[in-house]
Design a protein around this ligand. Structure first.
Ligand code: SF4
Length: 537
């Protein structure tokens, strides 16, 4: 336990001394011991420090603690981009009620230093289960729309947490550097959304999943979806990639208003197809407005996910009472032997939706045979030109690379540096709407600039919010940058490169400087930078 004495009881009683939480053990057992099935329950704190919503959250958590069916309750972090009570303090209150919280830890509103500070705070008070996400785009806040910070993406945040769990080595040049910090004990999960329509979106999600696993994700929770074949596809992809990370399937109890919002793409990344929506509408005509039907659907989905091989389920839904949760879990037991017959009740494919594997006509799920891919889009002139320009001067093996290095060495710090930087900027503004970050990632992103063309500035893969290829933030208006990058690369048979290397966060020390100079002089994210930790690739 940390050195400085902490006044009682400012920590999570379940955790002290062991750090082997019930949830962590359950997730481990779910992989090692068939039959151990994990249940988590999502709770949504509201806006304000007190009030009816916070009281309901605590009441449900207390019931869950007493009920002993649920392994942990998760607490959302500004869902939908709206400000709500941050989940750390109410998380601690829930600990004291005798059940563990999983804190939804989003990057959208915090810069990397605040992220690191909050991680120390959570570790100190014994809250170790985190679900790390980029998060829903920030929406209205105090006197207008909030600023999307997104200084780290979820892949970078998971890497930071892995480093902190190992004991962060502070670089000698950094303030207080030259020593290793005490390790933290974060059990870090990540989100994944297989419920995408386009090949580019599906593969972008799976590429990012692989990166998150490589950076140390301990578990995954799926986004909301109702397509059993997609749930099955995710586990088959992970087996294909040897990603032995436990996954919880999201089981969401729909109501008509929420189903309508999801059907209209108003909830980032959540898919309710027209067919499913019609079913919900019909059910809502019943006296209980479809409540019983929704609970039964959730119970059947649990049985199917258990049958497919998920480690557990993450239950959620509007106004879900603890009694409802107990009922769903009880009912799912009754369905568990007949889960195969229930698969057809979760066949809600998206219009001409892409599936990675061929369909198994018998089970309604997938075979392990990869489905034929759609032929690539045609090569685009503009992109082709930028590839050629890059291969002439920027690629380390390029004929003009060495010359460019010496040119920028000579130019560095001279009076000509400013005018040359201005020329660079205007060339890249016209070609890629450059934002002068000084730490260019165009080459890694098929010459699309995440600073100007991704509202969340994501470097390591698509967020979960795209729908039918449209950006979460500009539905129907702007395509997701990862959809565009995938299509550009696929024309050259290089789409797999998006699953490749980890890209470091932007170095703000380079802001408004020449990214060409920083590249050729080894000062940008590709090079060893002084980031306060010894980096170590
Ligand atoms: S461009 Fe894509 S990755 Fe970026 S915010 Fe939009 S949907 Fe998400």
């Amino acid at each position: 336990m940390n050195s400085s004495p902490i006044a009682e009881p400012a920590y999570c009683p379940q955790e002290i001394g062991t750090h082997e939480s019930r949830f962590k053990q359950a997730m481990k057992q779910s992989v090692e011991e068939p039959g151990r099935f994990v249940y988590t329950l999502e709770l949504v704190p509201g806006r304000g420090s007190r009030g009816k919503t916070q009281d309901e959250v605590l009441r449900t958590a207390e019931q869950a603690a007493k009920g002993d069916l649920i392994d942990a309750v998760s607490l959302t972090d500004n869902p939908g981009g709206h400000p709500t009570l941050f989940p750390d303090v109410i998380g601690l209150e829930i600990c004291r009620l005798g059940i563990e919280p999983i804190i939804h830890f989003t990057c959208k509103d915090k810069n990397r230093n605040q992220i690191e500070s909050i991680l120390y705070e959570l570790d100190r008070i014994g809250i170790h289960n985190l679900l790390v996400m980029t998060g829903d785009y920030p929406r209205y806040g105090f006197e207008g729309q909030a600023k999307p910070v997104c200084d780290l993406d979820s892949v970078q945040a998971i890497r930071l947490i892995s480093r902190m769990n190992a004991g962060l080595d502070l670089d000698g040049k950094a303030p207080g550097g030259g020593l290793r910090l005490p390790p933290t004990h974060t059990f870090k999960g990540a989100a994944i959304s297989p419920f995408k329509q386009l090949e580019s979106e599906v593969m972008a999600q799976y590429f990012k999943l692989s990166k998150k696993a490589r950076m140390g994700a301990d578990f995954f929770i799926t986004q909301v979806g109702f397509d059993a074949r997609k749930f099955d596809e995710l586990l088959r992809y992970m087996r294909l990639q040897n990603l032995a990370v436990p996954v919880l399937g999201n089981v969401y109890v729909l109501s008509l208003p929420v189903a309508r919002a999801m059907n209209r793409m108003l909830v980032p990344g959540c898919v309710v197809t027209d067919e499913l929506f019609r079913t919900i509408e019909e059910e809502a005509a019943s006296p209980d407005r479809g409540r019983e039907a929704s609970l039964t659907r959730a119970a059947k989905m649990i049985a199917v996910l258990k049958g497919i091989g998920y480690s557990g389920v993450h239950i959620g839904g509007p106004h879900l009472e603890y009694e409802d949760v107990e009922r769903i879990i009880g009912l799912s037991e009754e369905f568990s032997d007949s889960w195969r017959a229930l698969v057809s009740e979760f066949s809600f494919p998206q219009k001409s939706g892409f599936y990675l594997f061929e369909k198994d006509r018998e089970t309604g799920l997938n075979t392990d045979v990869l489905a034929a891919r759609q032929t690539g889009p045609r090569k685009r002139l503009g992109y082709g030109f930028m590839r050629t320009f890059h291969s002439i001067a920027f690629a380390p093996e390029a004929p003009l690379y060495a010359l460019s290095c010496s040119f920028f060495r000579k130019l560095d710090g001279t009076r000509l540096e400013g005018p040359v930087t201005e020329i660079e900027y205007w060339i890249k503004f016209v070609s890629s709407r450059c934002r002068r970050c000084g730490d260019c990632t165009l080459a890694e992103m098929a010459f699309l600039c995440p600073q100007s063309q991704c509202p969340k500035f994501l470097f390591n893969g698509q967020c979960g919010g795209s729908n039918e290829g449209w950006c979460e933030v500009f539905p129907g208006k702007r395509k997701c940058i990862y959809v565009r990058a995938y299509e550009r690369l696929k024309a050259y048979g290089e789409e797999q490169s998006l699953s490749g290397e980890y890209i470091r966060p932007r170095n703000w020390a380079l802001d408004q400087t020449s990214s060409w100079a920083n590249y050729f002089l080894g000062r940008d994210h590709r090079a060893e930078t002084c980031d306060g930790t010894n980096g170590g690739r």
